[in-house]
Write a protein that binds this ligand. Structure first.
Ligand code: F6P
Length: 551
């Protein structure tokens, strides 16, 4: 039944948007502001503690009913309800999608799916994980040497790394008194080597996060960590230094994870949506129970907003529709995510997996090809650093991008005078991208500086900024745990709404499998290049080079 659902291009509202696009393309942002002196009031929203300012997007308030009509024609209300109640909307894997259940409040009717009380399951697992995190944090759980842990190393990759790593950095201000938390993901072993180089094994705890426990990168890092620990403290010490989170309890047994330090996960939690589960254990160790609960509560607040708010005042729906407008009607194939807060340095990397692993697909739910572009390329860096790197291209390059600015008002590190500078930079860039700098402005500036007319004529084309680069400015009072929860949930739901519009399944990831399968066959060839039989000439050439050059 799921795969018969309509997608955006099947809807009458889509044709209306297509009809409106040429005029919108032709209209400058300056004209949009000139036509509406209250544009900010008409094109911004405050909800769930966030200010969502889309006044610099290339839309008019008149288009909002068309976006709302599109949502209705797609049956979005029912599609949202189906996700929250646990229907198997991940049709290619036959699974429910219930990351929202991981942050539901205790009140209300319990969520029962397939006869199972999901709330009870989640609650008991969360208590187990948080009790562990608190005990590690407070030194109640100790190492084999009777020492409190001073270093916690999260070993995982993808959703078992990016969420916790991003959030621990984002909430560094809330980590006082906690052990240092470090992250190891890459298969080449360098991160682990660097971390253990300065570590005291008697005070080091490893947390292996892997939904499947079969992921090559995580397994090889976990085995290397175990060898290091064993070499330092002996085999008997291993269980006291290894916790793990997985659906694969057999693999946790075989690895030698401490029997009480094992945490469960369920099939209905996708890796990139799993930070709310026990996969967040290293975050919970870093920020403590109360902050972790506030993080969940922030996300739950966004869940309620998403389920209840009318389309025109619904942040995830608006964000999704603006994204669709930019990709499908304005032809902007990338989205630059630019936080003006160093603590959000990993946010765009996190979103890359969330958005591109979810919606980076070109077939619809029924297996037919998508008839339109789908997920944009997500990229970005902390805004100020990016200003001195790739902003040139954003301002004047031939490729245009849509932009999301993220901006806290209060400093995330008690440096308000410097955060004020970050705020000014962010607002300046938002204005520059929207309005640019006209030939008249450039010319007036240069003649004020006494530049001769002939030189002005030469410089003019180089100094004009065309503007009309659409951006959304997401502001919030401070980057606290609840706000981070709201922000992540906002993007999660945006991704879901966009998948509904594009008619694709946001919750599988078949595109990552081929490379993994090929890697399994190539590992032995890299180890023994001379055994490579009938391989492509390119592969043969690379293997020969490895054989010649390996030290
Ligand atoms: O390769 C992609 C992926 O399957 C992601 O979806 C997932 O987050 C990551 O690998 C890690 O998987 P696991 O948690 O099972 O080790």
């Amino acid at each position: 039944m799921t795969n018969k659902l309509p997608a955006g291009p099947d809807c009458p509202a889509w044709a209306q948007l297509a009809a409106a696009a040429p005029a919108a393309q032709a209209r400058s942002t300056r004209e949009l502001f000139a036509a509406d002196s209250a544009r900010f009031a008409h094109c911004s929203l405050q909800a769930a503690g966030l200010l969502f300012d889309y006044s610099r997007q290339r839309v008019t308030p008149k288009m909002m009913p068309t976006f709302a009509a599109l949502a209705d024609q797609l049956g979005l209300r029912e599609r949202i309800a189906a996700m929250f109640r646990g229907d198997a909307i991940n049709s290619t894997e036959g699974r429910a999608v219930l990351h929202t259940a991981l942050r539901r409040g205790a009140a209300g009717t319990p969520l029962i799916v397939g006869g199972e009380n999901i709330d009870a399951l989640v609650h008991s697992e969360r208590q187990h994980m948080l009790a562990f995190a608190e005990a590690v944090r407070a030194g109640g759980i100790r190492s084999s040497a009777g020492e409190p842990f001073s270093l916690v190393v999260n070993i995982g990759i993808g959703g078992s790394d990016l969420g916790p790593a991003m959030a621990v950095e984002a909430l560094r201000q809330y980590t006082a008194g906690a052990p240092r938390v470090a992250f190891v993901s890459n298969v080449d072993g360098c991160q682990l080597t660097d971390i253990v180089a300065g570590a005291d094994p008697r005070r080091t705890l490893f947390v292996i996060c892997s939904k499947t426990f079969t992921t090559l990168e995580t397994r090889s890092n976990a085995l290397a960590a175990r060898s290091w620990l064993q070499a330092q403290l002996g085999a008997a010490a291993v269980p006291a230094h290894f916790a793990a989170v997985s659906v694969n309890s057999k693999a946790m047994d075989e690895f030698g994870v401490h029997p009480e330090y094992r945490f469960a996960l369920w099939d209905w939690v996708g890796g990139r949506y799993s930070i709310w589960s026990s996969i967040g254990v290293s975050l919970a160790i870093a920020i403590g129970r109360a902050n972790f609960e506030a993080f969940l509560a922030g996300a739950a607040e966004m869940d309620q907003h998403f389920q209840g708010a009318p389309w025109a005042a619904n942040l995830p729906v608006l964000a999704a529709m603006l994204g669709v407008w930019n990709v499908n009607f304005l032809g902007l194939p990338t989205l630059a995510v630019l936080p003006y807060d160093q603590r959000l340095a990993r946010f765009s990397a996190y979103l890359q997996q969330l958005e591109m692993e979810s919606n980076g697909k070109s077939v619809r739910l029924d297996g037919s090809p998508a008839s339109t572009a789908t997920c944009p390329v997500i990229w970005g860096e902390p805004g100020n650093n990016a200003q001195h790197s790739f902003f040139q291209l954003l301002h004047q390059g031939s490729e245009r991008a849509a932009i999301d600015f993220l901006l806290p008002v209060n400093s995330s590190c008690d440096s308000q005078p410097q955060q004020d500078l970050a705020i000014a930079n962010c607002l300046a860039q938002a204005e520059a991208f929207a309005f640019g700098q006209t030939p008249e402005q450039v010319s007036a500036d240069l003649s004020r500086q006494g530049v001769p007319a002939a030189r002005i004529a030469e410089l003019l084309p180089h100094k004009v900024h065309p503007g009309n680069r659409p951006s959304t400015l997401l502001m919030f009072p401070r980057l606290d745990p609840a706000t981070l929860g709201r922000l992540i949930a906002l993007y999660e739901h945006k991704v879901f709404v966009q998948s509904v519009v594009w008619g694709i399944n946001a919750f599988d990831q078949w595109g990552v499998e081929l490379g993994k399968k090929l890697c399994d066959t190539i590992v032995p060839l890299v180890q023994k290049p001379e055994t490579a039989g009938n391989v492509t000439s390119s592969l043969r050439g690379a293997l020969d080079f490895v054989a010649r050059e390996r030290g």
